[in-house]
Design a protein around this ligand. Structure first.
Ligand code: ADP
Ligand code: MG
Ligand code: ZN
Length: 487
C-alpha cells in the first residue's frame, strides 16, 4: 500500500529507492581551514585564502570532522577503514572557487552499516548503509530580483558527510522513516544539527521500478532538492507514478537527474545521461592518506551515547509506555531527557508521559519552540503534576495553572494560593452546594426523577461550575448520587 499510487499497479510493479543524504558536521571550524563554520552570517565574512582557493593555499584536515565521521559510522554499525584517502571531484560552478570539491572516492572512511526503524504499521525495517564519506560543501548562489546572481562563500569548505544507502527502500513512507531515523541518530550523537530547514541535512533520492519478483534493478532516476520530510514522500510518490506510467505504456525509463519543485509538486529534468557529469575523480595530491588508529575508533565507540533504538526499547520496558508514545518522546534526545527528569522528580511514568505528550507538546507546537527553550523546567512540571495527583488541585485546574505558570513564571504553590484554587474536598461545604444546585433546578430534578438519567451529568456540571471548577469531581459525584438517592 502506497497512498497516492494505484494498488493494482503495485501488485505488478515494485518501487526501489536508495537515498544519498548529506549532513553538515557540527564542527567549530571548516573542513580544511580555520574559518568558522557559521550559518546566517553576512555574506563572505567567513572566508580565507584556503576556502577561496587562492593559488598556493594548502588544506589542513580538521580532526574534529574525522572524529564526527567515525562517530556516525559507529552509530550505524559501519566498519571504519584503517586507511582512508581523499579525492578530487572536478566540476565547474560559480559557487566552487577551486573548480573541484575535495571528497572521497574508492576508500571512504566508513562502509557496510545499517539502520533500523519502525514503520507506521509497527513492523521493523532495516536499511543497509553502503558507505559514509567525508567531503566539503560548496558556497551558495543567491539569485537577485533582476537577473543578477551573487555568490556567498561562507558555506564553502563546510565539513559534510554523505551517507549512501543500499537500494533497500520500498516506499516513500519507508524513505521518510529512514531519513527521520538518520536525523535522530545525527542529533543523538551530536554529529550534526541535522536541521533540514537550515540545509544542515539534504537528501537526494534514486528511484527505479521493476516487475515484482524480479531480482535485477530497473533504470533509475535521481531526484534532487527534496528538502523536507514531506517533500521526500511527495516527490517519491510523484516519481513512482510517473515511472509506472512510462512502463505501463510500453516505454522505458531514461537515466536522468530530476529537480523536485515543492511549490508545483512536480519534477523537471535537470540533465540526461548524455549531459551527465564526468567528475574525473583522482587522488587529492594536497592531502596525505589518513591512517586511523583502531584504538581511537574503539574509544569513540565506547563514548557513544545511548542511541534512539536502545532508548526506545528502554523507555518501553522501564516505564511501561505505549510504543507510539515512546516514539514521540524519543524523537529528540532533549525531549527524552526532559521526560526522564520529570519521572526522576517523583512523577509516575504514565502521568509524566500524558502531561508532556498533551500539554507540553501542545505549547511547543503553538509557539514553534524546542524543549530546550521551554520555560517550565522538569522540576516545576513535576510539582504541578504531583499537585493534581495528590488532590491539591484537580486535573482541569491543573491545566489552567500550567498556562499561568508559563505566562507568569510563578510556581504552582504561588498560583494556587494567590488564586485560591485549592480543590474543595470538604464534604460538608460541597454538600451545601449540591443541595443548592438541586433546589435551584426543580424542572431538571423532575425530569431526572421521571427517568432521564442523563441529567446526572447536567447536575455534575452545575455543581462544578458553582465551585468554580475547584470541587473534587469524585467527592461531588458521590455526594450527588447520595443526595439524589435520598428522596
Ligand atoms: P552515483 O554515484 O551515480 O550517485 P551510486 O551507485 O553511488 O551512484 O548510487 C547512489 C544511490 O542510488 C545509492 O543510494 C543506491 O542505493 C541507489 N541506487 C543505485 N541504483 C539504483 C536503482 N536501480 N534503483 C534505485 N536506487 C538505486
Ligand atoms: Mg548520486
Ligand atoms: Zn577559510
Amino acid at each position: 500500500m502506497i497512498p497516492g499510487v494505484d494498488p493494482r499497479l503495485l501488485e505488478k510493479w515494485e518501487p526501489v529507492i536508495g537515498l544519498e543524504v548529506h549532513a553538515q558536521l557540527a564542527t567549530e571550524s571548516k573542513m580544511f581551514c580555520r574559518c568558522r563554520r557559521i550559518y546566517g552570517a553576512p555574506p563572505n565574512t567567513h572566508t580565507c585564502p584556503v576556502c577561496l582557493a587562492y593559488p598556493g593555499a594548502l588544506p589542513v584536515l580538521n580532526a574534529q570532522a574525522v572524529e564526527f565521521a567515525i562517530r556516525m559510522g559507529q552509530a550505524v554499525g559501519c566498519q571504519i577503514r584503517s586507511l582512508t584517502t581523499f579525492a578530487r571531484k572536478n566540476y565547474f560552478y560559480p559557487d566552487l572557487p577551486k573548480g573541484y570539491q575535495i571528497s572521497q572516492y574508492d576508500e571512504p572512511i566508513c562502509e557496510h552499516g545499517q539502520l533500523s526503524f519502525y514503520l507506521e504499521d509497527g513492523s521493523m525495517s532495516t536499511v543497509g548503509i553502503t558507505r559514509i564519506h567525508m567531503e566539503e560543501d560548496a558556497g551558495k548562489t543567491i539569485h537577485g530580483v533582476k537577473n543578477e546572481s551573487y555568490v556567498d562563500f561562507n558555506r564553502c569548505g563546510t565539513p559534510l558527510i554523505e551517507i549512501v544507502s543500499e537500494p533497500d527502500i520500498r516506499s516513500p513512507h519507508e524513505a521518510r522513516r529512514y531519513l527521520e531515523r538518520l536525523k535522530q541518530t545525527l542529533e543523538y550523537t551530536a554529529v550534526s544539527q541535522a536541521d533540514m530547514e537550515k540545509g544542515n541535512l539534504r537528501c537526494d533520492a534514486n528511484i527505479s521500478i521493476r516487475p515484482r519478483g524480479s531480482q535485477t534493478l530497473g533504470t533509475r532516476t535521481e531526484m534532487k532538492n527534496l528538502n523536507s520530510f514531506r517533500g521526500v514522500e511527495r516527490g517519491l510518490t510523484y516519481e513512482i507514478n510517473r515511472q509506472i506510467q512510462v512502463l505501463e505504456s510500453g516505454g522505458t525509463v531514461t537515466l536522468c537527474t530530476l529537480n523536485w519543485d515543492e511549490a508545483t509538486g512536480e519534477t523537471q529534468i535537470m540533465r540526461t545521461k548524455e549531459e551527465a557529469h564526468d567528475y574525473r575523480y583522482f587522488p587529492e595530491p594536497d592531502l596525505v592518506p589518513l591512517l586511523i588508529d583502531p584504538q581511537r575508533v574503539a574509544a569513540i565507540k565506547a563514548s557513544l551515547p545511548e542511541l534512539p533504538a536502545a532508548l526506545e526499547r528502554r523507555f518501553t520496558e522501564q516505564y511501561g509506555l505505549r510504543s507510539q508514545d515512546v516514539e514521540i518522546l524519543a524523537r529528540t534526545r532533549q525531549l527524552a531527557a526532559y521526560y526522564e527528569a520529570v519521572v526522576q522528580a517523583g512523577v509516575a511514568p504514565t502521568d509524566a508521559a500524558q502531561w508532556i505528550l498533551g500539554e507540553v507538546l501542545r505549547v511547543l507546537n503553538e509557539e514553534h519552540q524546542e524543549i530546550q527553550d521551554f520555560p517550565l523546567k522538569p522540576a516545576a512540571l513535576a510539582e504541578l503534576i504531583q499537585a493534581t495527583t495528590q488532590g491539591t488541585i484537580n486535573r482541569n485546574t491543573g491545566k489552567n495553572v500550567f498556562d499561568k505558570m508559563l505566562k507568569e513564571g510563578l510556581s504552582v504553590t504561588e498560583i494556587v494560593e494567590r488564586d485560591q484554587l485549592a480543590q474543595v474536598s470538604d464534604t460538608a461545604a460541597l454538600e451545601d452546594t449540591v443541595r443548592q444546585v438541586l433546589a435551584g433546578s426543580p424542572k431538571e430534578l423532575g425530569r431526572y426523577r421521571g427517568g432521564e438519567a442523563k441529567l446526572f451529568g447536567y447536575f455534575m456540571g452545575q455543581v462544578m461550575a458553582a465551585t468554580k471548577g475547584q470541587g473534587d469531581p469524585q467527592v461531588v459525584r458521590s455526594l450527588l448520587q447520595q443526595i439524589l438517592d435520598e428522596s
